[in-house]
Ligand binder design. Structure first.
Ligand code: WTA
Length: 573
């Protein structure tokens, strides 16, 4: 049973489109949203047409589409510029014979070129695979190999992490930033300068591919969540109704395109709605973040709980002399948003932070707090019009209010993943209860239809909003010569939500020392990525295992939280 919460922050009607929302609920039909897109009229579609070319055709080509800023660059591009750059890049891909349905991965830090190339990939009907810049060798190789990527766009620094000789399908490498005279390397700058500035998009159907994001489950390697063009219907619609985007908005989503929030809401939703999209490169710093809002007069801001907690931790001093009055609407995603953060936002930003719930697999927002809606701090909100959510028991029966169970969504919806790449069995697991998508999250619903997040049902770790599969970390850990066995769990953490904690048993001849802990953590960091490296390591003589030899993470977690370990009937001894 969940607790009963009675705190309600009334929706602010002065900046709300509550009436539009109520109307939308009453009259909602996905078909009406589809009318916006060329598909509805011609039977063909392409994200670059809908998000970029359409605005140029309709006379908005001179409007600012992208404001890019980092400590060394500040640049602005119009929709017409994006049309040109993406066309050039599309022509480069065509020249090398890359086209419809092929996977093109983009592995680079945020920069205007990242956005140009991603749009260029989509223009030729290829499927984009953005990779977060912090990935190291093994993580990069696993993803390129599984997806069978034929081309990669990267930088000279990051290219060093690509094991080209082990990737036979990878035919082309395009390097941004410096003409490299190396054999088999294509220079982005040289090719872009020579390419034609026009290219009609490859016309696709709604079921053709759009983008792939690798994400983690509790078992196995990361899985390639593959989205189809139809996701645009929901990107566009949620951009309107949840982000509340209006023509003059300056919108800033803080997520990197390596994660789904950075594409669905850092590229597609804002540009489908024709608004100015702010992209900030570089690292997190409270001062720089606030100055970004002030300098560009950001009106709609989408970020994540860990960031809000860090801003809260930086104190009100970090706001001295900063004017945030441009803000009209603030949203959060990725992990539980603490009620005290919502209250703090109300006080300090004079903004109610609107929590939104969704996942890589769902492609777009599903359960949200809308502008104008009464907010219950701590709740993820309510299913958006057109979406039916429920709490089910393990047999698929709906449970009464306040009872914890599987958070499930009625299938289908437009942005529902089209497949898990190369892994039909994994895909089918999500749909094991007929008519429903089983999210893997547990939650309960209250009597007003608000949903309250309770945790993951599986062992997936959520650290600072990043999803980490324990298996991937454990596999890396056991590659270290000192490690005999490893079990990895999420340990609750006030700032990051959870941190990664590894329990390790050592091989004969190794001694448990603080130096060895550091060395093992550094080993994971160098092989996978910084966010996958354990922040805490505990050496154990032996790890709890089932009779079939599987490490029982549930018992490790119970040790950590000093809770009863539950049913141990399957334990080894
Ligand atoms: C968690 C990010 C609590 C959840 C878009 C989900 C949340 C996973 C919320 C998906 C929220 C996301 N409150 N938890 N508002 N939003 N989560 O795939 O466990 O990186 O299953 O997608 O993050 O993470 P992913």
């Amino acid at each position: 049973m969940g607790q009963v919460h009675d705190e309600i922050l009334p929706g602010r009607v002065e900046h709300a489109n509550l009436r539009d929302y109520t109307l939308a609920v009453q009259q909602f039909r996905w078909e009406d949203v589809e009318r916006t897109f060329s598909w509805y009229h011609t039977g063909k579609v392409n994200m670059t047409h809908e998000a970029i070319d359409r605005h140029v055709l309709e006379g908005r080509g001179a409007a600012t589409a992208l404001i890019y800023s980092d400590p060394s660059r500040e640049e602005r591009y119009t929709f017409a510029d994006l049309q040109e750059h993406s066309s050039r890049f599309g022509n480069v891909l065509r020249k090398y014979g890359v086209g419809k349905g092929e996977r093109v991965f983009i592995f680079m830090p945020r920069s205007p070129e990242l956005y140009f190339s991603l749009l260029g990939v989509l223009r030729v009907g290829a499927v984009a695979g953005p990779l977060f810049e912090a990935f190291m060798e093994t993580a990069v190789k696993d993803r390129l190999e599984d997806s069978g990527a034929v081309a990669l766009v990267t930088t000279p620094e990051l290219l060093k992490r690509v094991r080209r000789e082990e990737l036979p399908t990878l035919r082309h490498i395009i390097v941004v930033g410096r003409a490299v005279g190396e054999q088999g390397i294509i220079s982005y700058e040289a090719e872009m300068a020579a390419a034609k500035a026009e290219l009609e998009p490859e016309w696709l159907t709604l079921e053709d591919g759009l983008i792939m994001h690798y994400t983690s489950g509790s078992t196995g390697k990361p899985k390639g969540v593959y989205h189809a063009q139809r996701a645009m219907i929901q990107h566009y619609y949620t951009g309107k109704i949840v982000l509340d985007l209006r023509p003059d908005d300056i919108y800033w989503c803080t997520a990197d395109p390596g994660w789904v929030t950075g594409t669905s809401y850092g590229i597609f939703a804002p540009w489908l709605n024709g608004v100015t999209n702010v992209v900030r490169g570089g690292r997190f710093s409270p001062g720089d973040w606030y100055r970004t809002i002030e300098r560009f007069a950001v009106t709609v801001w989408y970020s994540a709980p860990t960031a809000f907690r860090m801003l809260m931790g930086a104190g009100e001093n970090s706001l001295a002399g900063i004017d945030l009055r441009s803000l009209r609407h603030v949203l959060s995603v990725g992990e539980p948003l603490n009620p005290e953060v919502v209250r703090w936002g109300d006080k300090v930003y004079r903004q109610r932070i609107h929590d939104t719930w969704w996942m890589t697999e769902t492609g777009a927002q599903l359960i949200c707090n809308y502008p104008g809606m009464d907010i219950k701090p701590g709740s993820m909100g309510r299913p958006l019009p057109g979406i039916e959510a429920a709490i089910l028991d393990d047999r698929g029966n709906e449970v009464p209010p306040y009872t914890m169970g599987n958070l499930a969504i009625r299938t289908p919806w437009p942005s529902m993943m089209a497949k898990i790449w190369n892994n039909q069995a994994k895909y089918d697991e999500y749909f094991r209860i007929p008519g429903w998508y089983i999210s893997g999250d547990s939650a309960y619903m209250d009597e007003d239809g608000y949903f309250w997040f309770q945790g993951r049902i599986d062992d997936v770790i959520n650290s600072s909003g990043e999803r980490i599969g324990p298996f991937e970390v454990e596999s890396k850990l056991v590659e270290h010569p000192a490690v005999a066995e490893a079990g990895v769990i999420g340990k609750p953490d006030l700032l990051r939500g959870e941190i990664i904690k590894a329990f390790i048993s050592l091989r004969e001849g190794y001694t448990a020392t603080a130096e060895l802990k550091d060395e093992i953590a550094a080993f994971v960091k160098a092989g996978l990525s910084a966010h996958a490296a354990p922040r805490e390591i505990e050496f154990k003589e032996k790890l709890p295992k089932t009779r079939s030899g599987k490490i029982m993470r549930r018992v490790l977690k119970a040790w950590e939280l000093q809770l009863p370990a539950g049913d141990l009937s399957t334990i080894e001894d």
